[in-house]
Design a protein around this ligand. Sequence first.
Ligand SMILES: [Zn+2]
Length: 140
Amino acid sequence: MNAIEHPIPYASWETRGFWEGAGRGELVLQRCSSCGLVQHRPRGLCAHCLDSADLEHFVASGAGSIYSFTVTEQNQAKGFAEACPYVMAFVTLDEGPRLLSVVVECEPDDVAIGSRVEVTYVKQDRDDRETFAIPVFRLS
Ligand SMILES: [Zn+2]
């Protein structure tokens, strides 16, 4: 099984902190100081109280558990075809948000709902010399 060649992410003003954090080896989430909601995907305002003034970024633990997963047997997209079969999973982070990613460095039969995972990163080479990375997970 080959590694997936992830496409380079597009960083909007809302998501830049997430991608830059991953480039540093940090899983960056947002927390609302007013209501305490921890959210992902990154947004310009809290998804609960719809206030933008009290959002803060923080470094999450990178630990979580498999909420659900599928084994992708066929994918003809460039960068993914040679990696099949691979495991796509929704990971519930210990901080609460759920992230769609892949589980690497494992056999598909080793993954189960509830399996504990930890984040690792696939670094991206970019023409503008910024360092981004894709957060992926491995069994812990
Ligand atoms: Zn809030």
